[in-house]
Design a protein around this ligand. Structure first.
Ligand code: IVH
Length: 681
C-alpha cells in the first residue's frame, strides 16, 4: 500500500501533519487488530512498516502531537479475552529496526559514542519470525509460559507452551537458579505451515497468511490439543529476569540456556567488529531461503551485560540491540492472465497466471489474488507488469502493478457470473468479499465436501461414509452427487478397496436408512450457504415440506424472524440452479423423505442439561422420563460421560451409576429429579 495521499513532508504544515497523523493512527490500529487479535493481516509487514515509519517520522517532526495512545507508544497487542493475564517479571520490549547498513552504522555510532569507546563486541542472531513468549522456571521447573501481550501484561498460555516438545519442563542443571524468565520465540517451520494450510483449505477454513500468524494463532488456542496438533518450535534469545544466577555477557546467557537444555536461536555468531556483523547480515540475507523456517532479519546485540545496562532502554526498545530487517524479496514479471479457481467450499479465487519468475528460492508462475476487491484495491490489470513476492516465504502473491510500464492494452478483470466448473450462478452476498458458486450440491469442485457434510451426524447421519470411502466412490466414478449414493448396490460398494462384505452391506443399509431422516436434516444436508442446523429446523417447521420451501420467495422468507436478506437470497438462488434441481429430483426418485420434520428443540426448564437414567423409576417408565426430559428442553442420553449433567438413579441401578461416580458426575434420586422439573410434571 502506498501512502494514501502524498504531501511532501518537508512542506507539511502542522495542521496537515495532524490530519495525517490521526489518519495513520487509525489505519495502524486497524491493522494491529487484524494482526494481533484476528491473526489475519490484510497488508504485508513491509507495507505496515512503511505506514509505521511515516507516523514515527511525522511525530518526530511535530513531537507535541505525540499522544500516549499513539501506536508508536506501545509495544504489542492487548491480551485477548479468554486467557488469564499475567504480569511479566520485567517489561518485554520490542526492537528498534534498521533497514540499511547506513542506518546500522548510525546505530553502531550511537552505541559506541554512549559507551565512550571505539568498538565493542556483539552477538548476532537470526531474527526468527514467530511469536514472542516468556517462560518462567522456578527452581528449574517450568511453571509458566506467557505471550508478550502489551509488553507488561501477557496471556497465560502455560498449557499450550507445554505442548511444545523442544521446551524442557525441567532444566538439566544440577543446581538450577531460584527463578529465571526466559525470553524467546515460538515459531513454525515452512513445511508445517504448508501442511496446516493445506488441511485448512480442505476444511474450507481461512488460511494463515504466513508461518508467524500460524504460530501466533496456534499459541493462542483456548484448547491446547489444537496447539499440540501443530508442530511449534521454540528458541530462546534472551534472559528477562533472574534470581540466584548472574552473567557477564549475552553469549554466556545463551551457553547457559544450551547447557540447561533450553534450545537457543539456531544461527548465532559472536562478532568482534562491525565488519563481522555486516558480513553475518549479508550472509544470512542471501541464505535466508535455505533455512527450514522464516527469518526476517538479524538481531544485533551488545554482548557485555554491564554495557547493556549502561545503555539502558527507551520506553519501547533497548538501546543495546537492533534488528537489521531484510528487504522483502520481490521480482517484477508480467501478469499474463487471471483465471478463477473454485475451492471445495465453492469460493471463487482469482489466480494470477504469471510469466515464470525466480523469487525467494523457487520459480513462480501462479499467485493468488484473493478476491475481486483485492484486485480493485491494488488496481491490477491483465497484461500488467506486476511486483511478485512470497508471503511468509511460501505463498506467492502479487503486491502491486507497475503502472509506468503500461501500454494501454491492459484489460480489467471481471468475476465471471457463472461457475467455471459447473456453470451455476455465482453470487456475492452482501457484506462478503468472496464470490461463490451456488451449485453447492452439483458442482464437481464442491461435491467431495458436500458428500461428507451430507453423511455427517447432524445431517443425514450415514455411518461409514468417511473421507476415504467418498474419495474412492468419486474416483471410481460410482457417484458424482449425493443422490447417486441411493442407487449404489452392495456390489458397487464392494469395489471400494479394503471393503469386506460386512462393511459394504453396513454402508448400504446406512445409506438406505438415511432416506427416512426428518426434513430439517435434509435441508441442513443440502448445504445451502448460511442455512445451519437451527435454521433448517425453523424452515422445516415453517414450510413442512421441501417442495414448499423450494417455492418460497425472498419476501416470504423474510417474514421468518431468523431470516435476513443475505439468507433469503442464498436460499432462493440455491433452488434456482438447474443442476441443483436435478440432484433434488434424483433424491426424490430415490425415495428420500421430503416432508416429515423433527420436533423443534423446546426451550424449557431443562434446556441445556443432559440426563441419563439408570435403574427402575417409581413414578414413570424410563422411556417416559426420557420423553419428559426432552419435552422440557433437556437431553436424555443413554450413556454417561463428562458432558452428562445429572444421572438420575432409580432402584437397582446398573453400571451407569458406577460410571457417574467414577467421572464425578452429579447423581440425583428420582424425587430430586421431580423437584427439578417442579410443576411441569
Ligand atoms: S532479542 C528486547 N533476538 O523480534 C527485545 N528478538 O521485533 C529483545 N525476535 O519481540 C529481543 N528473533 O520476539 C531477539 N534472535 C532474536 C529474535 C528476536 C526474533 C523477536 C522478538 C522481539 C521481536 C522484535
Amino acid at each position: 500500500m502506498g501512502k494514501l495521499f502524498e504531501i511532501p513532508e518537508e512542506k507539511m504544515t502542522r495542521k496537515e501533519a495532524e490530519k495525517r497523523i490521526k489518519e495513520l493512527r487509525k489505519i495502524i490500529e486497524y491493522h494491529n487488530y487484524r494482526y494481533y487479535v484476528l491473526d489475519s493481516p490484510e497488508i504485508s509487514d513491509a507495507e505496515y512498516d512503511e505506514l509505521y515509519r511515516e507516523l514515527v517520522h511525522l511525530e518526530e517532526m511535530f513531537p507535541e502531537l505525540i499522544t500516549s495512545d499513539s501506536p508508536t507508544q506501545r509495544v504489542g497487542a492487548p491480551p485477548r479475552k479468554g486467557f488469564e493475564t499475567v504480569r511479566h517479571y520485567q517489561k518485554m520490549l520490542s526492537l528498534q529496526d534498521v533497514f540499511s547498513f547506513k542506518e546500522l552504522d548510525e546505530w553502531f555510532e550511537r552505541v559506541e559514542r554512549a559507551l565512550g569507546m571505539k568498538e565493542t563486541d556483539y552477538v548476532c542472531e537470526v531474527k526468527l519470525d514467530g511469536a514472542a513468549v516468556a517462560l518462567v522456571f522456578k527452581k528449574g521447573v517450568l511453571v509458566r509460559g506467557a505471550t508478550r501481550g502489551d509488553g507488561e501484561v501477557g496471556e497465560d498460555i502455560t498449557p499450550n507452551i507445554k505442548t511444545i516438545r523442544s521446551i524442557p519442563l525441567k532444566l538439566l542443571a544440577d543446581n538450577p537458579p531460584e527463578l529465571i524468565e526466559v525470553r524467546g520465540e515460538a515459531y513454525m517451520s515452512k513445511d508445517e505451515f504448508k501442511r496446516i494450510n493445506k488441511e485448512r483449505e480442505e476444511k474450507g477454513e481461512p488460511l494463515f497468511a504466513n508461518p508467524r500468524n500460524a504460530a501466533a494463532g496456534s499459541l493462542r488456542q483456548l484448547d491446547s490439543s489444537i496447539t499440540a496438533s501443530r508442530k511449534l518450535t521454540f528458541a530462546a534469545h534472551g534472559l528477562g529476569y533472574a534470581e540466584g544466577v548472574s552473567f557477564s555477557s549475552h553469549y554466556n546467557v545463551l551457553n547457559f540456556f544450551k547447557d540447561s537444555g533450553i534450545p537457543i536461536t539456531p544461527v548465532v555468531k559472536y562478532c568482534r567488529t562491525r565488519e563481522e556483523v555486516k558480513e553475518f547480515c549479508k550472509e544470512w540475507e542471501d541464505k535466508r531461503h535455505t533455512l527450514a523456517f522464516e527469518i526476517d532479519g538479524v538481531v544485533i546485540k551488545v554482548n557485555r551485560l554491564d554495557y547493556q545496562n549502561a545503555l539502558g532502554e527507551t520506553s519501547k526498545a533497548p538501546r543495546w540491540a537492533v534488528a537489521y530487517k531484510f528487504p522483502p524479496e520481490e521480482k517484477v514479471t508480467r501478469l499474463v492472465d487471471i483465471m478463477v479457481s473454485v475451492g471445495r467450499t465453492g469460493a471463487l479465487t482469482p489466480v494470477a497466471i504469471l510469466e515464470p519468475v525466480f523469487v525467494a528460492g523457487s520459480t513462480v508462475s501462479r499467485a493468488t489474488l484473493h478476491n475481486e476487491d483485492e484486485i480493485k484495491r491494488k488496481d491490477v490489470r491483465i497484461g500488467d507488469f506486476v511486483i511478485v513476492r512470497k508471503a511468509g516465504d511460501v505463498i506467492p502473491e502479487v503486491v502491486a502493478p507497475v503502472p509506468s510500464r503500461r501500454t494501454g492494452k491492459e484489460s480489467f478483470f471481471k468475476m465471471p457470473d457463472k461457475c467455471p466448473v459447473c456453470g451455476s450462478d455465482v453470487i456475492r452476498l452482501e457484506g462478503e468479499a468472496i464470490s461463490r458458486c451456488t451449485g453447492g450440491i452439483s458442482c464437481p469442485a464442491q461435491v467431495f465436501n458436500h458428500i461428507i457434510h451430507w453423511g455427517s451426524r447432524s445431517a443425514m447421519d450415514i455411518d461409514g461414509l468417511g473421507p476415504a470411502v467418498v474419495t474412492q466412490l468419486l474416483d471410481k466414478k460410482l457417484i458424482s452427487t449425493v443422490a447417486d449414493l441411493y442407487f449404489l448396490t452392495v456390489d458397487d460398494l464392494l469395489k471400494v478397496e479394503h471393503f469386506a462384505d460386512k462393511a459394504a452391506s453396513n454402508l448400504y443399509d446406512a445409506i438406505q436408512n438415511s432416506k427416512d431422516r426428518p426434513l430439517n436434516r435434509l435441508i441442513f444436508g443440502l448445504g445451502i450457504r448460511h442455512v445451519g442446523e437451527h435454521l433448517s429446523k425453523v424452515l422445516a417447521s415453517f414450510y413442512g415440506s421441501l417442495d414448499r420451501l423450494m417455492e418460497a420467495t425472498e419476501e416470504e422468507l423474510l417474514e421468518i424472524e431468523e431470516v435476513g436478506p443475505k439468507i433469503a437470497t442464498s436460499i432462493v438462488t440455491f433452488f434456482k440452479q438447474a443442476h441443483n434441481l436435478e440432484v433434488i429430483q434424483k433424491l426424490r426418485r430415490a425415495g428420500v423423505n421430503f416432508g416429515r420434520a423433527e420436533k423443534m428443540i423446546k426451550e424449557g426448564p431443562l434446556s441445556g442439561l443432559t440426563f441419563v437414567f439408570t435403574g427402575a423409576l417409581k413414578s414413570m417408565s424410563r422411556a417416559e422420563a426420557e420423553e419428559l426430559t426432552e419435552k422440557l428442553g433437556g437431553k436424555a442420553s443413554s450413556s454417561v460421560s463428562t458432558k452428562t449433567d445429572y444421572v438420575v438413579v432409580g432402584e437397582s441401578p446398573g453400571s451407569k451409576y458406577e460410571k457417574a461416580l467414577a467421572l464425578g458426575v452429579k447423581t440425583i434420586s428420582e424425587e430430586e429429579f421431580l423437584d427439578l422439573i417442579g410443576e411441569e410434571f
